[in-house]
Design a protein around this ligand. Sequence first.
Ligand SMILES: Cc1cc2nc3c(=O)[nH]c(=O)nc-3n(C[C@H](O)[C@H](O)[C@H](O)COP(=O)(O)OP(=O)(O)OC[C@H]3O[C@@H](n4cnc5c(N)ncnc54)[C@H](O)[C@@H]3O)c2cc1C
Length: 450
Amino acid sequence: MAGVVFWFRQDLRLHDQLALNSAIEQAQRLGGWLLPVFIHEDRFQTLTPWGFKRSGVFRNAWMRQAVHDLSAKLQSLGSTLLEAEGDPVALLTETVRALSDPLLSDPVLARPLLVCEEIAAPEEQAQIEALRRHGVTVKTIWQSTLMAPESLPLPPEDLPDRFTSFRQILERHGVKAAAPLPETKALPPLPAGSSWASLRASFRASLPSAFGVVDNSSPKKPPVQIDARSAVPWDASAFSHLSQYCDRGLPHSYKATRNGLMGIDYSSKWSPWLATGALSARTALAAIAEFEFVAGASDSSYWLFFELLWRDHFRWLHLKHGRRLYAAQGLNQAPKPPHDPEAFSRWCLGETGHPFIDAGMRELAATGYLSNRMRQNVASYLIHDLACDWRAGAAWFESCLIDFDVYNNQGNWLYLSGRGTDPRPQRRFNPELQAKNYDPDGAYRQLWAA
Ligand SMILES: Cc1cc2nc3c(=O)[nH]c(=O)nc-3n(C[C@H](O)[C@H](O)[C@H](O)COP(=O)(O)OP(=O)(O)OC[C@H]3O[C@@H](n4cnc5c(N)ncnc54)[C@H](O)[C@@H]3O)c2cc1C
C-alpha cells in the first residue's frame, strides 16, 4: 500500500492514541507516509428537523479551537493537518484516490489505507460503511472507553442494560481501565509529489475563511465572545485544567459539590475536552489514580471514576442497541412521544415562565455549557411538564453544548425520557423542590435572570 491517511474524528489529541499508534505502525510497515486529516463536517452546519442549526456558535468555536491546537501540535512534529469542509465520505475517497501509488499495479495495494477511531453511533458507522462501498480500505480502532473491549467479562451485546448491574459485573470480575498510552513524539513523513500538493491546495480552498489557517504565533484566544458567567475555563488547555484540578485537591470535594450550579470548581469540567477527544478518559482516570496515590483515596475521588463509568456505559449501550437508541420510542413499546412546537420554542429561549428552568436554558444558550443537575431539570421539564418530544431536546443540546458527545447526550436523554435503561419509568424532577434544594437563596436564578 502507498501509505496511511489518518482521519481524526473525536480524538483530537496525540496522547493515548491507540488509533494513531496503529496508523503509524502501518505506515512504517508499508515504508510509506502518514497524512493526518480533519474534516469540518457539513452535516453539522445543516438545519435539524426541529428548525435550528445542528451545531451552534459555541460548539463550532470549541471544536475549531481543538482543531487549531491539534494542528499546532502536528506542526511541531514536522507534520501537517490537512483540513477541509464538506462530506467526509466524498473528501476521504478523493484523498485516497489522489494519493494512490501509480507505480503499483495491484489496485488494492496502490491505494493508501485509511485509519480512524471507531465511533459506534449510527451516522458515524454509516460513514465507514459508505467509505468501504466507495472502495476505500478502512481500519477502525475502538479507543474511547476506559476499559478495552477485550478486558470485558462479556461481549458488549451481552452487557446488562442497567448501569448498576453493569458496574457490579465489572467490579465482580475486577476489570480495570487500560493504562493511557504515552504521547506520540514522532510521525512518519507526509506524502510527497504533485498529487499531494494539488490535494492540499484543493482542501485549503474548500475551507471557509472562518476556519482560517493555523497561526501559531498568535496568543491563544477563544474564537468567540465568552460570557463572564461561563462555568468553563475556555483559555485553559486539557492538561493544564486537569492538573490544576488535582493539584488543588478538588477530587476530595467533588462528591459534595458536584450538584452545584455556579462557578468552575463544583464539578471537574473535563467534559468539553473529553468531547473533542483533546483529553482521553483514561488519561483523566490516570490523573485521579496519581492524585489518590499522593493525597489518598476517598469516596469523593472514587465518584469521579463512577461518573466516567457512566460515560463508558453509554458507549457500550450503543454497541449493543445501535439505532434503537435513536427511535422515538427508544427501547420500549410506549406510544410515540407528543410534541408542542410552541412550548419547545419557549423552552429553547428560556421563556417558559419557570424561573429555575429559564435560568438553566439561558445559561446553556449563552455559554454552551450546563451543570448535570440543570441538564436533568430542564430535560425533565421539557419531557414531563411541557409534553415535548425528547429527541427535540436532545437536538437542542447537540446544537448548544460545547461538550456534546453523541453517546452521552443520546443516552442521558433517552434515560430521562423513560424509554431507555432507567429502571424507573417516570423520572420527573419537581422543579420547585429542585430549586429549593439546589438554589436555596435564588443566586442561580438571579445570575441568569436576564
Ligand atoms: C440530558 C443530558 C444530556 C447530557 N449530554 C451530555 C453530552 O452531550 N456530553 C457529555 O459529556 N455529557 C452529557 N451529559 C452528562 C453530564 O451532564 C456531563 O457529562 C457533565 O455535566 C459534564 O460536566 P463535568 O465534566 O464537570 O462533569 P463531572 O461531574 O465532573 O463528571 C466527570 C465526567 O464524568 C462523565 N459523566 C458525568 N456525568 C455523566 C453522565 N450522566 N453521563 C455520562 N457521563 C457522565 C463526563 O465525562 C464528565 O466529564 C448529559 C446529561 C444529561 C442529563
